[in-house]
Ligand binder design. Structure first.
Ligand SMILES: C[S@@+](CC[C@H](N)C(=O)[O-])C[C@H]1O[C@@H](n2cnc3c(N)ncnc32)[C@H](O)[C@@H]1O
Ligand SMILES: [Zn+2]
Length: 598
């Protein structure tokens, strides 16, 4: 761990900052190991609610450093083996291969990957060529793994950069950027204020992050984007600035846009149409991932999601970025359109592409469609079509479990320990291969019936031979691989024992209930109907610690109606608190003809 220990820090502060700073004008804010000076007039952006965001990022960075080290060791030992074998068989290593490996060598030590794509160079030179041996001892010397270099592209006060530098063992240089002069001045003051280790590691620059990232291609092991509102304008340059195998961390707080409040704005920013449904927060994550992938693809790169979370009033994704023209071809297999019935809660996914493998060669084709008929087979109403979304896994469960274990082992190093443990625990129990989720209350709302308990419903799904889990994105959400026809049969069986009042014949619920179930649901309590965390009574969702736990505007700005997409309608109407379910989808889900200008 870096930084001066308590006791010496005050002296260091004085030595570093007292000559130029009148402390009476400032309050000191401490988060984790870092302390920042906040001017009484508070010109620089600081939002303490983002402690969850910063803690989680620190946890992911710690895991990244460890896994990167393991991958590097594995890479070297693989190469050593190949090299030893080759030196017996072929005395000289081909120059092309040495060139391929040079991207992994002295100045770019981070081109180490796991899995098959590990050998893909930045231009995928080796795709169709068997990997050849290299001159092992020399390369080994060149391949000393340097500490990871981090870019905090939108740094404001520098608190995040300072926490990274002071709290994360093994971290390299941290470059903090901001295009606001007052922020850069504050950041520089804060760097000094945090002592010698921070001063040695953190550098602050006044720059437009987009220009800086474009002019520093493949230079950073980690790029962190934490903007006001949408990150969309930063994505194209950010995906270029990350080294192969490096990590992009990205926040988006424009939840009203991403959750379907302004579909046309979402399309213009992210290239996807959002849907107003209970799963909208997970859909928001998947829209952001699809958007990052699309930017990466422009440079023959692709993403591997590590962790994607909805927390508080924002979403945050952690993805690794690799280069490979051949893997990039698989992108349409990882994307889907979503058909959402306007009458009932049925939704269906349609993959953009498919492959056919013949004699070891893979061919890429458009996906088959449409995935649904014109009218919903459950209730007869039409579908809205959203997407494309990222429909491949949004987390790497091995990473998640390893982060969870590490966080538990370092409890006192995380000020937001309870919150990040709750999120990681719920994420660790999500079905990894099931995009989006159902909401039991919505299903019951459609049928106008009383709700079975989650345990009873989960049991019926499990007893029918399907999988089911919760989701971190909503306390009421349920992920399942059961088809909608099975879900409605379970609900029909439930209603047989819990009858509903007669409803008008054109209602979706009436149409659904007019059919006899093909499956006889078994509501006997199944052993796996509670998740491990539920069984152990581990908290999975926590209330906000205080009122006004929400997004903030740029320093010094007043809240006006134009901030509705960033802060949500509640904030703009006078209350800045933006809590679960505030997004517009919850209230306006069943809209047959949603307009784009709500
Ligand atoms: C939400 S704040 C960052 C908060 C910070 N990451 C933290 O954890 O405390 C966003 C910052 O991005 C800066 N910013 C906005 N556009 C920028 C650009 N094009 N280049 C660099 N900085 C920019 C703003 O001045 C602001 O300080
Ligand atoms: Zn329907």
């Amino acid at each position: 761990m870096g930084g001066a220990k308590d006791g010496t820090i005050e002296e260091e502060h004085k030595a570093n900052a007292s000559t130029s700073v009148d402390f009476n004008d400032y309050t000191i804010i401490k988060e984790g190991e870092a302390e920042i000076l906040m001017h009484r007039n508070n010109q620089v952006f600081f939002n303490k609610t983002q402690v969850n965001n910063r803690d989680l990022s620190i946890a992911v960075l710690r895991a990244f450093i460890e896994i990167r080290k393991q991958e590097h060791e594995a890479f070297l030992s693989r190469k050593t083996k190949v090299g030893t074998k080759a030196s017996k068989e072929t005395p000289e290593a081909p120059a092309a291969e040495a060139a391929m490996d040079s991207s992994v060598g002295s100045d770019k030590p981070n081109g180490v990957h796991d899995g098959n794509v590990a050998e893909a160079s930045s231009e995928d030179a080796c795709c169709d060529t068997p990997v050849q041996p290299i001159n092992t001892p020399e390369v080994k010397v060149q391949r000393e793994l340097k500490p990871p270099k981090v870019l905090e592209a939108l740094s404001a006060s520098g608190l995040r950069a300072l926490r990274y530098a002071r709290e994360i063992e093994g971290i390299g240089q941290v470059v903090a950027l901001d295009n606001d002069k007052a922020s850069v001045e504050a950041c520089r003051r804060n760097i000094k204020f945090n002592g010698s280790v921070a001063s040695a590691k953190v550098e602050s620059n006044l720059a437009d992050a987009r220009v800086y990232m474009l002019t520093h291609p493949k230079e950073f092991d980690v790029v962190d984007l934490d903007p006001y509102g949408s990150p969309s304008v930063f994505l194209d340059s950010a995906v270029q600035s990350v080294v192969d195998g490096g990590m992009l961390m990205c926040t988006a707080t424009d939840m009203a846009v991403l959750c379907g409040g302004n579909a046309e704005v979402c399309y213009s920013k992210y290239g996807s149409i959002p849907l107003r449904a209970k799963y909208c927060h997970e859909m928001a994550l998947r829209i952001l991932l699809a958007c990052i992938e699309s930017h990466a693809n422009r440079y023959k790169r692709y993403i591997v999601p590590i962790l994607s979370v909805r927390m508080d009033f924002y979403i945050r994704v952690f993805v690794r970025i690799y280069s490979s023209a051949s893997v990039m071809k698989e992108t349409p297999l990882k994307l889907s359109y979503v058909y959402q019935c306007v009458g009932c809660d049925s939704f269906h996914l349609q993959q953009l592409g498919r492959t056919v493998t013949k004699n070891n060669s893979v061919k890429y084709y458009p996906g088959y469609g449409p995935a649904v008929p014109q009218e919903c087979t459950d209730c007869g109403k039409r579908f809205n079509m959203g997407g494309p979304i990222w429909s491949a896994p949004i987390h790497d469960q091995e990473w998640v479990n390893s982060i969870l274990t590490d966080v538990k082992a370092m409890k006192d190093r995380y000020p937001a320990y309870d919150r990040i443990i709750a999120v990681l625990t719920t994420v660790s129990e999500e079905l990894p291969d099931v995009p989006l989720f159902l909401c039991l209350h919505n299903l019951c709302g459609t049928l106008k019936c009383t709700s079975p308990s989650a345990v009873i419903f989960r049991s019926a799904v499990l007893n029918a031979g399907y999988r089911i889990s919760g989701t971190h994105a909503s306390p009421l959400g349920l992920k399942t691989d059961a088809p909608m026809s099975v879900i409605w049969d379970i609900m029909r069986c439930w209603v047989k024992n819990h009858p509903v009042k007669p409803q008008p014949p054109d209602q979706s619920g009436t149409v659904i209930l007019s059919k006899e179930p093909e499956l006889q649901a078994n509501f006997t309590r199944a052993i796996a109907s509670l998740s491990k965390a539920q069984a152990k009574k581990v908290a999975r969702f926590l209330p906000n610690p205080e009122r006004h736990w929400g997004p903030k505007l740029r320093a010094g700005r007043q809240v006006t109606s134009k901030h509705v997409s960033l802060l949500g309608p509640e904030a703009v109407n006078g209350s800045a608190n933006y809590e679960e379910g505030d997004e517009p989808e919850a209230k306006r889900q069943k809209t047959e003809n949603p307009t784009f200008d709500s």
